[in-house]
Design a binder for this molecule. Structure first.
Ligand SMILES: Nc1nc2c(c(=O)[nH]1)N[C@H]1C(S)=C(S)[C@@H](COP(=O)(O)OP(=O)(O)OC[C@H]3O[C@@H](n4cnc5c(=O)[nH]c(N)nc54)[C@H](O)[C@@H]3O)O[C@H]1N2
Ligand SMILES: Nc1nc2c(c(=O)[nH]1)N[C@H]1C(S)=C(S)[C@@H](COP(=O)(O)OP(=O)(O)OC[C@H]3O[C@@H](n4cnc5c(=O)[nH]c(N)nc54)[C@H](O)[C@@H]3O)O[C@H]1N2
Ligand code: SF4
Ligand SMILES: [Mo]
Length: 718
C-alpha cells in the first residue's frame, strides 16, 4: 500500500531549536508537517521553516545525482565517476603542492546533520591541512574563546535557564526571529512570555527594535559594536555599588580582584558616550540584574561578530559569575547531554595561536583560521598557497565578508569539491559536487544542540524515508572523502572501515553488540550507553517524542577543564585586550554603520528557494531611521546606494522608527543572481549580498571572528 498516508515523528534539522515535528507522508513524499504536540521539549511549537520542510525536501532544484565539470560545464555523473574525479583532482594537488594547498571550509549545517557531527572532524584530520575554515569565525568563535579561557574548554558554554529565571538581559540576539542560538530553546517566544507571566522581566539591548525587543519589558538601544563598553560599565558598577555576590562560586573562582582592577576605569559616565547608553540606564540595569533572585545575561550575534567579540562574550559570563548566577538554577547553566560526560574538574586548559596563517600571520583558534583570510591564502603566491578547496555544507562565496573578492578567488582555484545539495554561489565553481540526500533520508540526533539545551533532553529520529538507489548517505560521502585523504582511495568499504574504528574505540569489544543500522547509529548507541543517564538507542527509538531528562543541574566544579580547577575570571589575553580598550580612541564613523538582522522565514543563504518562504513582502531591504531618511531624501520603497571600503550595493529602502539613528540594517544570505546558480525560485527574488559591503580586514583579534555588525558605510539616494 505504497500510497497510503502515514505519520512519523522527527526532530527538525533546520535550526538550533530542535523542535519535534509530526510528519505525514505518502510513499516517499512529505505532504504535511505540524508541530509534534507530544514532543517533550517543543510541545507542538513550529515555525514557518519547519512547516515547509516538505517543500525543501522535494525542491526540484535539489541535486539528485553528483555533478562533475566536463568542458567547463557541470554535468550529471554517477557516484563512482564523481568520487573518482574527486580522488584524481585532490591527490594531484596534494602530490604537487602538499596538504596545506587543500583548504577545507565547513559551513553551518554541519552542526545540524548527523554526518557533519560524526565525521567532519575525521575529514579534517584525514586531510591534515592547516587551511581549515568554518562558519564559526563568522559567528560564535568569540564565545568559544572566552569560555575556553574561563572554563577550560571552548565547548563549556553556559545557557540561560529561561524556564526558572526572574530576569534576563539579552544583548544582540533576536530569538523571536532566530529561534535561539547557542541556546536551544524551542518556542523561545512562549518561554519568554511565561517568564513575564510569572512576574519576571526581560530586557533587550539592540540598536534595532527587533521582534524580541518589542515583546521585552524594556528595550535599550545601543551603538553597534559597543556592548563591550556597556558591560564594562555594568561590571564596574557591580563593584562600585557593592553588588558582587559570588555565592557558592566563591571557592571556585580565581581572578575576582584582577577583574575589579581591570574594570576600574570604566565608570558608567566614562562608557556612556562610547555605547550611547545613559549612565543612569547602566546603573538601573546593573541593579536589576544584581537584585533579581535569579537572573542571567545572554549575548549572541550582536555581541560576537563585532570588533571586541571575545571581550564582550567574556563580560557576559563575568556578569553571570559576579552576580552569583552562573551554575545556579534560573541563572546561566551548563547542560549535561545524554551523550555527554561528567568531567574531572580540571584539564589542560585552552590556548590559541599554536600556529599562524601564512599571509596575515593570524593565530589558529580551535585549530582553524579566520574565514576572512581564506581569500588571502588563495590569492597570495608562494609555498603553501591554497590551490584547492573542499566545502561541506557551506556557502563561503556568499557568507564571508568581502564576498565578491572570495568569490573571484574561488573561481581561480585548480580544483573545488562541494558537498552540497545545490548549485549555488559557491558550488557553481565546483569541479565535483557531491549532493547529500534530502533531510527526510537522514537519521537525526542533535549532538551539537543538546549541549546548549535549556532542559536535558534526547531524541533520536530514524530516516523518514529509506535512501533511494541513486542516493548516498552524507556520512558515506564524508567518509569516502576522508578515505581519499587518508590514502585509502575512493572505493573503500566505509562500513567495514568504521566498524574497525569503533572496535578500536571500544578497546577491542565487538561493535556488533551495539544497536544501529549504520556505523553512525552505533556511535550514538555507544555514546548513550557511556553517558550519564541510563539510555540506549533502542530506548530512544521507543520514544519518538523524545525523553525528558529534567531541568539543568549544577555542574561546577566537575565541568571545569582549567589547570587550576577553578573558573579563571581574568584570563591574561583578555585582560591585555581590556587594557588596550581602556586607551583606544573611539571610532567615530562619519557616515552610517550597518548591522544584520534575521527573518523567521529565511535561513542564512540557503532557504530562499522555497516558494512559501519567499512569497510576500521583500525581505532583503536596507532599513533606515526615519530622521536619517528624511535628511538624505530617501523614501520607503525607493532605492539607496550603500558604499563601504570594499564595495557598493543598491537596495530597496525601508524607512523605520525601529532603528537607531546612524544605523542601517541589511540581512545576509541574499544575492542569488550570479551566473551559473541553479536556484530557480531564489534567483527570482535574488536580493543583494550584504557581504559585498562587509570588510575582510575587520576582525575580533582574539578569535579571528569577522566583524559583521558595525561596519562603516555611506548611504545615498539613487
Ligand atoms: N553579513 C553577515 N554575514 C553572515 C552572517 C551575518 O549575520 N551577517 N551570519 C554568519 C553566520 S552566523 C553563519 S552561521 C554563516 C553561515 O555561512 P555558511 O555556512 O557558509 O552558509 P549557509 O548559508 O549556512 O550555507 C549552508 C550551505 O549548506 C548547504 N546545505 C544545506 N543542507 C545541507 C546538508 O544537509 N548537507 C550539506 N552537505 N549541505 C547542506 C546549503 O545548500 C548551503 O550551500 O553566515 C555568516 N555570514
Ligand atoms: N529564521 C532564522 N533563524 C536563524 C538563522 C536565520 O538565518 N534565520 N540563522 C541561524 C544562525 S546561523 C545563527 S548564528 C543564529 C543567530 O541568532 P541571533 O543572534 O538571535 O540572530 P539575529 O536574529 O541576527 O539577532 C541579532 C540581533 O543583534 C542586533 N545587533 C546587531 N549589532 C548589534 C550590536 O552591536 N549590539 C547589540 N546589542 N545588538 C546588535 C541585530 O539588530 C539583531 O536584532 O540564528 C539562527 N537561526
Ligand atoms: S524553530 Fe527551528 S527547529 Fe523549530 S520548526 Fe522552526 S526551523 Fe525547525
Ligand atoms: Mo550562525
Amino acid at each position: 500500500m505504497a500510497d497510503e498516508a502515514r505519520t512519523a515523528y522527527t526532530t527538525c534539522p533546520l535550526c538550533e531549536a530542535t523542535c519535534g515535528l509530526e510528519v505525514t507522508l505518502v510513499a516517499d513524499k512529505i505532504i504535511r508537517v505540524r508541530g509534534d504536540a507530544d514532543d517533550v521539549f517543543s510541545g507542538g511549537f513550529i515555525c514557518p521553516k519547519g512547516a515547509s520542510l516538505g517543500q525543501l525536501d522535494a525542491d526540484p532544484d535539489r541535486l539528485r545525482t553528483p555533478r562533475i565539470r566536463r568542458d567547463g560545464k557541470l554535468v550529471p555523473a554517477t557516484w563512482d565517476e564523481a568520487f573518482e574525479a574527486a580522488h584524481t583532482g585532490l591527490t594531484r594537488v596534494i602530490e604537487a603542492h602538499g596538504r596545506d594547498a587543500v583548504a577545507m571550509y565547513l559551513g553551518n549545517p554541519n552542526v545540524h546533520t548527523l554526518a557533519g557531527n560524526l565525521y567532519a572532524g575525521l575529514l579534517r584530520k584525514a586531510l591534515g591541512s592547516r587551511n581549515v575554515y568554518t562558519a564559526s569565525t563568522l559567528d560564535q568563535m568569540p564565545k568559544h574563546v572566552s569560555c575556553g579561557y574561563m572554563f577550560g574548554s571552548p565547548f563549556n558554554i553556559p545557557v540561560p535557564d529561561i524556564d526558572r529565571t526572574d530576569f534576563l538581559l539579552i544583548l544582540g540576539a533576536d530569538p523571536y526571529s532566530s529561534n535561539g542560538s547557542l541556546w536551544t530553546v524551542p518556542d523561545a517566544p512562549g518561554r519568554l512570555k511565561a517568564l513575564q507571566q510569572r512576574g519576571g522581566r526581560f530586557v533587550v539591548v539592540d540598536p534595532r527594535r527587533s521582534r524580541t525587543a518589542r515583546a521585552a519589558d524594556r528595550h535599550v538601544p545601543i551603538r553597534p559594536g559597543t556592548d563591550v563598553f556597556l558591560l564594562l560599565g555594568m561590571a564596574h558598577e557591580l563593584f562600585a555599588a557593592d553588588l558582587v555576590t559570588l555565592g557558592r562560586l566563591a571557592e571556585h573562582v580565581n581572578g575576582v580582584d584582577e577583574v575589579k582592577l581591570l574594570v576600574q576605569p570604566f565608570t558608567p559616565e566614562a562608557v556612556a558616550h562610547r555605547c550611547g547608553v545613559a549612565a543612569e540606564t547602566i546603573r538601573e540595569l546593573t541593579r536589576e540584574l544584581a537584585t533579581a533572585p535569579r537572573a542571567a545575561v545572554y549575548g549572541r550575534i550582536g555581541t560576537t561578530t563585532v570588533q571586541y567579540g571575545t571581550v564582550t562574550s567574556w563580560l557576559v559570563d563575568v556578569l553571570n559569575v559576579l552576580t552569583g548566577n552562573l551554575d545556579a538554577p534560573g541563572g546561566a547553566m551548563f547542560p549535561l547531554p545524554a551523550h555527554g560526560r561528567r568531567g574531572k574538574g580540571t584539564g589542560p586548559g585552552f590556548t590559541t595561536g599554536r600556529w599562524h596563517s601564512r599571509v596575515r600571520g593570524l593565530p589558529e583558534v580551535v585549530a582553524e583560521f579566520p574565514a576572512v583570510t581564506l581569500a588571502d591564502e588563495i590569492e597570495t603566491p608562494g609555498e603553501g598557497q591554497v590551490q584547492a578547496l573542499v566545502t561541506v555544507a557551506g556557502n563561503p562565496a556568499s557568507s564571508v565578508p568581502n564576498a565578491d573578492r572570495l568569490d573571484r578567488a574561488i573561481g581561480t582555484l585548480e580544483f573545488v569539491v562541494c558537498v552540497d545539495p545545490y548549485v549555488n554561489e559557491t558550488s557553481r565553481h565546483a569541479d565535483v559536487i557531491l549532493p547529500p540526500p534530502p533531510p527526510s533520508r537522514s537519521a537525526h540526533y542533535d549532538f551539537a544542540f543538546y549541549q546548549f539545551a535549556v532542559r536535558n533532553v534526547a531524541n533520536f529520529s530514524p530516516p523518514l524515508v529509506p535512501l533511494g538507489e541513486d542516493e548516498r548517505d552524507e556520512s558515506e560521502i564524508l567518509l569516502r572523502l576522508a578515505a581519499i585523504f587518508a590514502g585509502l582511495g575512493p572505493h573503500v568499504d566505509v562500513e567495514a572501515w568504521q566498524h574497525e574504528e569503533l572496535r578500536k574505540a571500544m578497546k577491542g569489544a565487538d561493535p556488533a553488540s551495539l544497536d544501529g543500522d549504520t556505523a553512525g547509529e552505533r556511535v550514538i548507541d555507544l555514546r548513550l550507553r557511556s553517558g550519564p543517564y541510563p539510555l540506549t538507542l533502542q530506548l530512544l527509538r521507543e520514544q519518538p517524542h523524545g525523553v525528558d531528562l529534567g531541568p539543568l543541574g549544577e555542574r561546577i566544579p566537575e565541568v571545569l577543564k582549567t589547570p587550576s580547577g577553578r573558573i579563571e575570571l581574568s584570563p591574561q589575553p583578555i585582560a591585555d585586550e581590556v587594557r588596550v580598550l581602556a586607551g583606544a580612541p573611539p571610532e567615530e564613523p562619519d557616515g552610517f554603520v550597518v548591522v544584520g538582522r534575521r527573518h523567521l522565514r529565511s535561513n542564512n543563504s540557503w532557504m530562499h528557494n522555497v516558494p512559501t518562504l519567499v512569497k510576500g513582502r521583500q525581505l532583503c531591504t536596507v532599513v533606515v531611521n526615519r530622521g536619517d531618511a528624511a535628511r538624505l531624501g530617501l523614501v520607503d520603497g525607493g532605492s539607496a546606494r550603500v558604499t563601504s571600503r570594499v564595495g557598493d550595493a543598491e537596495l530597496t529602502v525601508e524607512v523605520s522608527d525601529d532603528i537607531a539613528p546612524g544605523v542601517v540594517s541589511i540581512p545576509h544570505g541574499w544575492g542569488h543572481d550570479r551566473p551559473g546558480v541553479e536556484l530557480s525560485v531564489a534567483s527570482q527574488t535574488a536580493g543583494v549580498n550584504v557581504n559585498r559591503l562587509t570588510d575582510d580586514l575587520r576582525l575580533d583579534p582574539l578569535s579571528g571572528t569577522a566583524v559583521l555588525n558595525g561596519v562603516p558605510v555611506q548611504l545615498e539616494r539613487v
